[in-house]
Write a protein that binds this ligand. Structure first.
Ligand SMILES: N[C@@H](CCC(=O)N[C@@H](CS)C(=O)NCC(=O)O)C(=O)O
Length: 212
């Protein structure tokens, strides 16, 4: 049994989507960021960086923060949603790309472009332009492919599950997905998966998955 500590954000949804895809039992614990519950001492014991999501594996006693590590841990434990051979490393490469670039930069777009418009023209421009660049990089990677990593047209993996929740906030980012046809097709393909639809509404329903 996995305990999942999470909230309704892209990082939280990566892990709830993976757990739904794996179809394994897990218990959800809401950490309401609007009430600063991420700073509660009992949560910080599991997640020293006071950020969601975090997991506890009751079978092994492993407690873990950081989605890159959690996605690898769970997909290793259950032997699913990983690419094989050299493509395993391609998958890790794109997982790291999401962790180090796509997620953090889009997070800044949410902060400056959606929530603090007009506060800093410099920051809005800087992060929006970086978002456009990162979207172009992903668009290129998805050319003639169904999924980010994997032989031939690709294998649905934790690399896709990590990037998809960030793309699902394209409206917040003022990104027109019609300008990125490969990402658009990939986004719709993944949005149609029942496990993604379930995982998107963990720990609670906020809205339907945005449609293009
Ligand atoms: N690198 C971390 C980032 C986690 C993260 O930024 N979580 C956000 C929500 S998406 C959070 O908990 N924010 C609360 C805070 O900053 O106090 C991961 O991938 O797990």
């Amino acid at each position: 049994m996995i305990d999942l500590y999470t909230w309704t954000t892209p990082n939280g949804r990566k892990v709830s989507i993976l757990l739904e895809e794996l179809g394994v039992p897990y218990e959800v614990h809401s950490i309401d960021l609007s009430k600063d519950e991420q700073f509660a001492p009992e949560f910080i014991k599991i997640s020293p960086n006071n950020k969601i999501p975090a997991i506890v594996d009751r079978e092994t006693g492993v407690e873990m923060m950081e989605t890159g590590a959690i996605m690898l841990y769970l997909s290793n434990k259950y032997g699913k949603f990983q690419c094989e051979g050299n493509e395993y490393w391609r998958m890790v490469e794109w997982l790291m790309w999401q962790m180090a670039g796509f997620g953090p930069m889009l997070g800044q777009v949410h902060h400056f472009v959606k929530y603090n418009k007009g506060q800093s023209e410099y920051s809005e421009k800087r992060y929006y332009e970086e978002a456009l660049r990162l979207y172009s990089v992903l668009e290129k990677q998805l050319k003639d492919r169904d999924y980010i990593a994997g032989e031939n047209k690709g294998t649905y993996s934790i690399a896709d599950m990590s990037c998809w929740p960030w793309v699902s906030r394209f409206e917040w980012q003022e990104i027109d997905l019609n300008l990125y046809p490969n990402i658009k097709d990939w986004y719709i393909r993944i949005s149609n998966r029942p496990a993604v639809q379930k995982g998107y509404s963990i720990p609670k329903f906020v809205n339907e998955i945005p449609k293009i």
